[in-house]
Design a protein around this ligand. Structure first.
Ligand code: FA5
Length: 339
C-alpha cells in the first residue's frame, strides 16, 4: 500500500510537468484528488490494511494529497495570469484609429426659448423661483382674486385632481407663494410647465409659461412698460416695436396685453402675424391690491407689476413651427430641422 501511494506521488509529479492549460489541469485534478480519484480509491482500500498500519498510511495519503493540491494551485495561478495577459493584449485600444460618427444632442426648441428668456431676465436682476405643478386651488385661483364662483375661472379650463387640488393652469400661483413668505422688495421670475383642458394647433393640454413679479415701493405702470420694452428688445432686437393694449385679468388692475412688431416680417405683415404686423406675446399688469392683501403685503405701502408669457407659442413664432403638437411628439427628424 505504501508503495502504491508513493507511486501515485511520483506519477503525479511526472504528469503535471506535461500539463499545458487549464483544461488539462482540471482533468489532472479529477484523476488524482476527485471523488473517484486515485487518492480516494487508496483511502477506500484502507479497510484491507492491518489496523496498526492505518494511521501511518492515512497520514501519508494526506501528505500526498496536500502536495498535489498545492501543485495544482500554483499551476492554476500561473495559467490564469497567462489568460489575463492574453486578454489584455487583445483588448488594446488603437487611439490612432478613426472614430465613428456620434450624434450630438441639442436643447429642445422650448428649452432654448426658456434659456434665452431666463438669461435676459437674470441679466436684469431677476431671481429664478419655481413652484409645484400639482397646486392647491387656493394658490392657483383664490389668492389671485379668483374665488370659486368667479366667472373668470372659465378663462382657464382646468384639470381638477380633487375639488381643492388642480394641475396649475398658469405660473401665477408662484407669485402668491413667494409674496406669502416674503416682504418686498421682490423681483422674481418663475418658469415652468402648466396645464389646461385644450387641444388644437395653437393650444396644448401641457404647455409652458414664464411669470415675472416685481413688488416694491412706488412701482407704477411706467416701470412695467420700461422693463418689458427693454426685455423684448434684448430678445427680438433693438429695432423691435412694443405696444400695450388694455386687457383684463382678475389678479392685475389695470391689465394689458403686450405685443411686439412681428419678428418675421419686421411689422410689414406676413402669414405668421396674419398680416397685422404684430405678435401678441404676454399678459401683464399692476398687481391687484386685493392680491397683495391676500398675501400679507400692505397695498398702501407697496405696489407691484406682473407679467406672464406662453413659451410654446413664442417658440412657434421664432422657429416658424406650424403646429404646437409637433413640439411634444419629439420626432427626432423634426427636432433636427429646428436646431
Ligand atoms: C395667464 O395665464 C396669466 N397668468 C398671465 C399673466 C400673468 C397676466 C401675470 C397678468 C399678470 P393667459 O391665460 O392669457 O394668461 O395665458 C398666457 C399665455 O399662455 C397665452 O398668451 C398663451 O401664450 C399661453 N397659453 C394659454 N393657454 C395655452 C395652451 N393651451 N397651449 C399653449 N399656450 C397657452
Amino acid at each position: 500500500m505504501k508503495n502504491k501511494i508513493l507511486e501515485i506521488k511520483e506519477n503525479s509529479q511526472k504528469e503535471i510537468k506535461q500539463i499545458e492549460n487549464l483544461e488539462q489541469l482540471n482533468l489532472f485534478r479529477i484523476k488524482y484528488t476527485g471523488k473517484s480519484g486515485l487518492l480516494t480509491e487508496v483511502m477506500r482500500g484502507m479497510r484491507d490494511v492491518p489496523k496498526e498500519e492505518r494511521p501511518m498510511l492515512g497520514s501519508l495519503v494526506n501528505e500526498v494529497r496536500t502536495f498535489i493540491e498545492s501543485e495544482i494551485e500554483n499551476l492554476e495561478t500561473k495559467f490564469n495570469e497567462i489568460e489575463l495577459n492574453k486578454k489584455l493584449a487583445n483588448e488594446k485600444i488603437d487611439i490612432t484609429a478613426p472614430s465613428k460618427n456620434s450624434e450630438t444632442g441639442t436643447f429642445h426648441p422650448i428649452q432654448r426659448t426658456f434659456n434665452k428668456l431666463i438669461d435676459a431676465c437674470v441679466e436684469m436682476g431677476f431671481e429664478v423661483v419655481t413652484g409645484p405643478e400639482v397646486e392647491l386651488d387656493k394658490y392657483n385661483f383664490e389668492m389671485l382674486n379668483v374665488p370659486k364662483d368667479h366667472p373668470a375661472r372659465d378663462m382657464q379650463d382646468t384639470f381638477y385632481i380633487t375639488e381643492d387640488i388642480v394641475l396649475r393652469t398658469h405660473t401665477s400661483p408662484v407669485q402668491a407663494r413667494v409674496m406669502e413668505k416674503r416682504q418686498p422688495p421682490i423681483k422674481i421670475i418663475s418658469p415652468g410647465r402648466t396645464y389646461r383642458v385644450d387641444n388644437d394647433a395653437t393650444h396644448s393640454p401641457v404647455f409652458h409659461q414664464i411669470e415675472g413679479l416685481v413688488v416694491d415701493k412706488n412701482i407704477s405702470l411706467l416701470d412695467l412698460k420700461m422693463m418689458l420694452t427693454k426685455l423684448l428688445k434684448i430678445l427680438f432686437g433693438e429695432n423691435t416695436k412694443v405696444r400695450f393694449r388694455p386687457s383684463y385679468f382678475p389678479f392685475t388692475e389695470p391689465s394689458v396685453e403686450v405685443d411686439v412688431s412681428c419678428p418675421n416680417c419686421n411689422g410689414e405683415g406676413c402669414n405668421l402675424c396674419k398680416k397685422t404686423g404684430w405678435m401678441e406675446l404676454m399678459g401683464a399688469g399692476i398687481v391687484n391690491p386685493k392680491v397683495l392683501e391676500n398675501c400679507g403685503i400692505d397695498p398702501k405701502e407697496y405696489s407691484g407689476f406682473a407679467f406672464g408669457q406662453g413659451i410654446d407659442r413664442l417658440t412657434m413664432v421664432m422657429d416658424k413651427i406650424p403646429d404646437m403638437r409637433m413640439m411634444f411628439e419629439n420626432d427626432i427628424r423634426f427636432l433636427k430641422q429646428v436646431k
